[in-house]
Design a protein around this ligand. Structure first.
Ligand code: NAD
Ligand code: TYD
Length: 350
């Protein structure tokens, strides 16, 4: 059976890299990109593949179960890679219900559609893309493994944890073939400038303050988005049904050290005086419930499927900065016009 893969959230940050990879690498697959085009979705991210014969964009909302049924039937969807979500912790603190609807109800809608329409005799897969934030917050040592108990602490991570539980429940209860991966913080091209790295790149370009939460001594494990897409490809094709995989960068950075590195690199690239961008660092009120440290143990994925990140952080960050400097029009488009409200409310929520 030829695969027809429904990729949800394919106009967003990570989804766009997954769509680009699959459309180019698998000309025999049909890739249906389902996205509601919220503030985080942008069809400019798909320019390179939009005219490919094996690619189709469908504007739809995962909250609309009738639309999902119709799309599954029309395209004879064989597999799902589910990335559509509300994804920003700060917004989840401000508007938790949006996260309940999209991340929990939307995921259950998709699962229900698969349950109703997929034949048990055929080979299907529901691949759910999730986050390491479901595991909660680490102290100074230790790593999240696939067996770390869930302990979400923000409305975002609570909604993702719940969706993970539903995916597992549909596997156990109804026999839907599922896989979940839990990944650490991504960075790279196409990232809406609300998360730390793209927000600070944009602010450095415009010489605006860099709002570091609390004392900046919070740790994240950063992974280049294209390496995440490669991991998803590998897990989609070779991962064990009913299983979960942790994906991480083996790359922990305290926020303040990361921000200083970013400032140094950008001063060099912009031909600015050394130290100029660091002067923009402004310590601001901490995020409520701020998770102290995330760190992923991705050795299962490494041992079972041979995956490891392909670029160092310095290489990935440098490529990311170059992308933003070469795509100032993209940055302008996502911070003005229809998007301006979303860009500005991010600041209001602080
Ligand atoms: P994003 O916010 O950049 O993109 C989300 C996409 O989903 C957007 O294109 C948006 O239009 C779409 N969408 C939102 N609500 C929708 C709805 N109701 N119906 C249809 N489409 C809808 O997110 P991202 O950073 O690319 O994250 C993608 C997935 O990966 C999410 O599930 C997220 O939880 C997970 N994840 C993200 C990270 C990260 O660092 N960004 C890390 C690990 C896991
Ligand atoms: P973020 O990119 O929002 O990802 P997440 O909260 O999902 O890890 O934030 C990364 C880290 O940077 C987190 O510790 C919060 C911090 N942060 C700031 O200090 N200032 C900011 O303006 C933002 C957006 C994040």
């Amino acid at each position: 059976m030829t695969k027809c893969i429904l990729i949800t959230g394919g106009a967003g940050f990570i989804g766009s890299h997954v769509v680009n990879l699959f459309v180019n690498k698998y000309p025999d697959y049909k890739i249906i990109n389902l996205d509601a085009l919220t503030y985080a979705g942008n069809l400019e991210n798909l320019r390179d593949v939009e005219n490919n014969n094996n690619y189709q964009f469908v504007k739809a909302n995962i909250l609309e179960s009738e639309d999902l049924r119709q799309i599954f039937e029309q395209y004879q969807i064989t597999d799902v890679i589910h990335l559509a979500a509300e994804s920003h912790v700060d917004r989840s603190i401000h508007s938790p219900l949006d996260f309940v609807y999209t991340n929990i109800v939307g995921t259950v809608n998709l699962l229900n559609t698969a349950k109703q329409l997929w034949n048990k005799e055929e080979d299907h897969l529901f691949y759910h893309v999730s986050t390491d934030e479901v595991f909660g917050s680490l102290g100074e040592t230790g790593y999240f493994t696939e067996t770390t108990p869930y302990d979400p602490r923000s409305p975002y991570s609570a909604s993702k944890a719940s969706s993970d539980h539903f995916v597992r429940a549909y596997h156990e209860t109804y026999g839907i073939p599922t896989i979940i991966s839990n990944c650490s913080n991504n960075y790279g091209p196409n990232h809406f400038p609300e998360k730390l790295i793209p927000l600070f790149i944009n602010n450095i370009i415009h010489q605006k303050p860099l709002p570091v939460y609390g004392d900046g001594n919070y740790t994240r494990d950063w992974l280049f988005v294209k390496d995440h897409a490669v991991a998803i490809d590998l897990i989609f094709h070779k991962g064990q049904r009913g299983s979960t995989y942790n994906i991480g960068g083996f790359n922990e950075w305290k926020n303040i050290d990361l921000v200083k590195l970013l400032c140094r690199l950008m001063d060099q690239k912009l031909g600015r005086q050394a130290g100029q961008s660091e002067n923009l660092i402004t310590y601001v009120k901490d995020r409520p419930g701020h998770d102290k440290r995330y760190a992923i143990d991705a050795s299962k994925l490494n041992k079972e499927l041979g995956w490891k990140p392909s670029v160092t952080f310095e290489e990935g960050l440098s490529a990311t900065i170059d992308w933003y400097l070469n795509n100032t029009e993209w940055l302008k488009n996502v911070t003005t016009g229809n998007y301006q409200h979303y860009y500005e409310t991010m600041y209001q929520n602080r």
